[in-house]
Design a protein around this ligand. Sequence first.
Ligand code: FMN
Length: 376
Amino acid sequence: MTTPQLLTPFKVRDLTLKNRIVISPMCQYSAVDGVVNDWHLVNLGRFAMGGAGLVFVEASGVEPRGRISPGDVGIWNDEQARALARIADFLKANGAAAGIQLAHAGRKGSTRRPWDGGTELDAADAANGEAAWETIAPSPLPFAEKYPTPKAMSTADMAQVIVAFREATLRAETAGFDVVEVHAAHGYLLHEFLSPLSNHRTDEYGSGRAGRMRFPLEVIETVRAVWPAHKPLFLRVSAVDYPEGSGLTVEDTIAFTQAAKALGVDVVDCSSGGNTPTPPALFPGYQVQFAQAVRKEAGLATMAVGLILDAKLANEIVSSGQADLIALARPALDDPNFAIHASAELTGEPDYALAPTPAKSGLDRLAQSLRHMKVG
Ligand SMILES: Cc1cc2nc3c(=O)[nH]c(=O)nc-3n(C[C@H](O)[C@H](O)[C@H](O)COP(=O)(O)O)c2cc1C
């Protein structure tokens, strides 16, 4: 029997993923001062042990202003990077490649954790040690009611964010990640620049598609310049704004990803929406069409995401050439062993052989963890 496409390796630059199943970045809002802890290790570790080819650490703020909430993961200091290294080590020692999403929340920052309402931080939060911060965006337009009004970014702010992305990328490398993904989706800072709904600038960073793409492309260029040439760079986009036709269009996204390709992006992770409160119409595989369009028109490898609920659908998407990789968020929460079960369902043979890094003995792993524990 030929191996189902979903379970075949995928090579990008010098990285080979053992299968096409990727765990999508998922915020946990559970970091302290941006530092990951045992929650993150266990949450992400179970996906590696469950057989996924690549596991992403959630949106990680490149600077304190770039967090969504006070519980977000950060990657702006060395303590954060050391804690992340423990996770990257664990993922790699257990058969998955380790990815991290580099993010800046822009105007959707300075908000409470979702279980506390997700709305703007205020004086009561400050009294509890979680003070609001000034948010930044291309234009001074709040995302929605009960969100802070952001400051329109000056060129000095843009330069600071560029430095923050550069340093975060260097820290991702030091921490041992195989993949970084630039987050340009879901209404966060880079998407805010790309979309005419949130970018009303009249300078060279707005006014027309080329202007709106300029800052996100500068960030990508910066990240690629310091991310090792042998390691792949992913880019997450929201292919369209909702309601469709109101803002960013698939044509805009194709133009953006073509330009990103020229700068060395390898894989486009195709999501949608998030820049307005309007949700998409949901059905299984509702965003696959975007992965297919970018793959065809920009000639880039793509990752499909969004209600890809079972192995059969996931396999159909990659074997029909609509996407190269499948990202899972909620289905992986439902079943952290999705990949093992996919193997059982598609081949009749569950892939329980999960000791995939023979180079590392138990003692090596112990020594490695001790090394990280000693630092700092
Ligand atoms: C708990 C949770 C946290 C999420 N956090 C992030 C995140 O950090 N970055 C991101 O780009 N998307 C995030 N998402 C969106 C997912 O990565 C994914 O794109 C979306 O849930 C659709 O995929 P699904 O239908 O497989 O869940 C999150 C989703 C969930 C359910």
